[in-house]
Structure formats: structure tokens, C-alpha cells
Write a protein that binds this ligand. Structure first.
Ligand SMILES: Nc1nc2c(c(=O)[nH]1)N[C@H]1C(S)=C(S)[C@@H](COP(=O)(O)O)O[C@H]1N2
Ligand SMILES: [Mo]
Length: 229
């Protein structure tokens, strides 16, 4: 795998319809009409995606997590904190406005997210990273991501609860997803389940399939920052 966007398209093709549900708002992007019609019945009520986003999942469908059942676990060795959605909503909320860009070329301008800055969340959980990276897992049981300590503590890393003023929909990773605003969309793991302090960076789902671990928009994965639409 050479890490190029073409490499990823090949991966998507090999995984096939059952493993990859890629549903788009206005037109197909990375999959065939057959694939979408096979996936669409399970996802029918969330089509179309609003505002130019394409909805991605690497499993078939989305994990359905009722707000009341949602827990975000923060783990540092033996020490764990489990937060409900209400806990997260009670904490001081921050806002980030930033273009959201997928490495495959689509971009949505000026997306507004609110939620908890990762640094604030770690602090309230009493966790000091001391240079240690984080691993993130998803309720979908498949997707993972990572950030270095320096990245995690920037002011543009968020556990987001709203998107453009609305509670985060299930399609967009609700009730809570990570938003890694300065990097390509694949860093922004949806249906966030656990934040784990690790000894070293654990490459995430797409990174094990050839993508850069550091996914700064504009200087990684051989793509420019130019919109491709
Ligand atoms: N759990 C999970 N998170 C994910 C993905 C995914 O397939 N599963 N896709 C990633 C990619 S490649 C992008 S571009 C964005 C897309 O976000 P959206 O589906 O809300 O548009 O989610 C990211 N987070
Ligand atoms: Mo993406």
C-alpha cells in the first residue's frame, strides 16, 4: 500500500459491499451504484446527507447508541472515568469553525462544531499526558484513531456534540465524535467510545491501510488543500 488516494480506492473495492457502506448526499463518490443500493436500505432514513458531507462508515450501517446509554470512557492504565452524555453536556462547551476535508477530495466549508476541547476533557478527568499519546476507539467496533500528546492538547481538538447548531446525528457519529480540525477527516473518529492513554502511537484504521498518521490538511497524503469538487 503506497498511501495514495488510489491505494485507498483499491482497498475500498476489495473490502466489498458488506464491509464498506459509503453513502453520499448528492452523488456517488467512491463506490458503485450497486454498492450504495445494497447499503441504502439499512441507512435509508438518513439520506441524503446535508450540507455537502458524505457519510462514511467502515461497518455495515451505524452503531445505534441511545443518548441515555452513551458512555465515553477515558482510560489511563488502571484508572478509568466513564462519562454520560449529560456529563459531557454539563461541562463548559467550546466552539470550532473550520473547513472539513476528506482526503479523497471533498470539502465542506466553515463547519461549526461545539463540544469539549480534548485538553479540557483530559484535565477534568485528572489525566496528565506527560508526552504520552492517545488512542481512540469507536462504538462501531472497527475504527480506531490516534493523536500524539502535543496534538491532543492543541486548542482545535474536540469531542464534538453538535454540528452546525444541531445535536450530532447518528450518521455523523452522534452522540459524540472526535473532531481533529486541522487534519483530514479520517482522524475525526465517529461514535467515540474510548479515549486511552498509550505508550506509543497506535496507527488507526486507515493508517494501517496506508494513510499518514499525521494527517495535516495540505501537507500529507500527497494531496494539496485545493477543493476537488
Ligand atoms: N467510526 C468511523 N469514523 C470515521 C469514519 C468511519 O468510516 N468510521 N470515516 C472517517 C472519514 S474518512 C471521514 S472523511 C469522516 C467523514 O465524516 P462524516 O461521515 O460525518 O461526513 O469521518 C471519519 N470518521
Ligand atoms: Mo475521509
Amino acid at each position: 500500500m503506497d498511501g495514495s488516494p488510489v491505494g485507498r480506492r483499491v482497498v475500498l473495492g476489495l473490502l466489498g459491499v458488506g464491509a464498506v457502506g459509503v453513502v453520499v448526499g448528492r452523488r456517488l463518490s467512491e463506490t458503485t451504484a450497486t454498492a450504495v443500493s445494497a447499503v441504502a436500505p439499512a441507512l435509508g432514513d438518513v439520506l441524503p446527507a446535508a450540507g455537502g458531507f458524505r457519510i462514511y462508515t467502515v461497518t455495515s450501517g451505524y452503531p445505534g447508541i441511545a443518548d441515555a446509554d452513551y458512555r465515553l470512557t477515558i482510560r489511563d492504565g488502571q484508572r478509568t472515568r466513564s462519562l454520560t452524555l449529560a456529563d459531557l453536556q454539563r461541562m463548559p462547551q467550546s466552539q470550532i469553525t473550520k473547513d472539513f476535508q476528506c482526503v479523497t477530495g471533498w470539502r465542506v466549508a466553515d463547519v461549526k462544531w461545539t463540544g469539549l476541547l480534548l485538553g479540557d476533557l483530559l484535565q477534568s478527568a485528572g489525566i496528565e499526558l506527560r508526552g504520552r499519546p492517545l488512542e481512540f476507539t469507536s462504538y462501531d467496533g472497527a475504527y480506531t484513531e490516534s493523536l500524539t500528546a502535543d496534538q491532543a492538547l492543541r486548542g482545535d481538538m474536540m469531542v464534538a456534540l453538535t454540528l452546525n447548531g444541531e445535536p450530532l446525528s447518528q450518521a455523523h457519529g452522534g452522540p459524540a465524535r472526535l473532531v481533529v480540525a486541522p487534519m483530514y477527516g479520517y482522524k475525526s473518529i465517529k461514535w467515540l467510545q474510548e479515549i486511552r492513554v498509550t505508550g506509543e502511537v497506535q496507527p488507526g484504521y486507515w493508517e494501517e491501510r496506508g494513510y499518514d498518521i499525521d494527517a495535516w490538511v495540505g501537507d500529507s497524503n500527497g494531496r494539496s488543500d485545493a477543493p476537488v469538487e
